[in-house]
Ligand binder design. Structure first.
Ligand code: SAH
Ligand code: DHB
Ligand code: MG
Length: 220
């Protein structure tokens, strides 16, 4: 099945996305710099960009920058006066992302904040920054519940929150797992069962990144 998933991904990527030099070079330079190839796929990046368009996002928050690939996709969907804040703990990743965002012409609109996301989020909450319209959580899976909680503090009614990698080849349903990433997502899911401030669903995905999925939540 994996080979057909890859073929279908390539087919739709070929038909539905237009080649974009900044996006392609972002991946090339991320690979040269030794960053892991765990960025969203082109079609997933476009999905995030379409979500940004659908919710008329002016302010986007991303947790987990890597080389800035998903940030370029979402940044491209912003109006000229919009902004995206992306949080990254790794200085090397952030430096690669900064160069990639500059080449994409997005360095005015996209701000890479270096440091542990928990700190950056706490600062933004304390500073009472304007609420975000769209949040993409894609950093250390162990902290996903904490990031979701902080995202709610930075949201308004209608804010869309997307969480990447919540299916993990189906491992999410394993009871008693010792995989800390899976445990992290299970804690988030348990929270969503009780969380009255959002309504949420999951989209399972297959493709170039194997079998995985997103949580999609809307603040009510
Ligand atoms: N969103 C990116 C991929 C992010 S990969 C894309 O699709 O293009 C996850 C990133 O989260 C990595 O760069 C990793 O360094 C970062 N990260 C891990 N732990 C973190 C933390 N505690 N705070 C902020 N970023 C973290
Ligand atoms: C991993 C992280 C990601 O954000 C992703 O999309 C895929 C894999 C990981 O840490 O294994
Ligand atoms: Mg991810």
């Amino acid at each position: 099945m994996e080979s057909v998933w890859n073929e279908v991904d390539a087919y739709f990527e070929d038909h539905l996305t237009t080649p974009d030099e900044a996006l392609e070079l972002a991946l090339k330079d991320s690979a040269s710099a030794g960053l892991p190839a765990i960025n969203v796929t082109p079609l997933q990046g476009k999905f995030l960009a379409l979500l940004a368009q659908l919710c008329h996002a002016q302010r986007i928050l991303e947790i987990g920058t890597l080389g800035g690939y998903s940030a370029i996709w979402m940044g491209r969907a912003l109006p000229s006066d919009g902004s995206l804040v992306t949080l990254e703990i790794n200085k090397g990743h952030a430096a690669v992302a900064q160069r990639n965002l500059e080449r994409a012409g997005l360095s005015e609109r996209v701000h890479v904040v270096v440091g542990p996301a928990s700190h950056s989020l706490a600062h933004m909450i304390a500073d009472k920054v304007e609420p975000f319209d769209l949040v993409f959580i894609d950093a250390d899976k162990e902290s996903s519940e904490e990031y979701f909680h902080a995202s709610l503090e930075l949201s308004r009614v209608g804010t869309v929150i997307v969480v990447d990698n919540v299916v993990r080849k189906g491992a999410i349903v394993e009871k008693g797992t010792s995989d800390t990433m899976v445990l992290g997502i299970q804690r988030l899911t348990d929270r969503l069962t009780r969380e009255t401030r959002v309504t949420s669903t999951v989209i399972q995905t297959v493709g170039a990144k194997g079998y995985d999925g997103f949580i999609l939540a809307v603040v009510r």
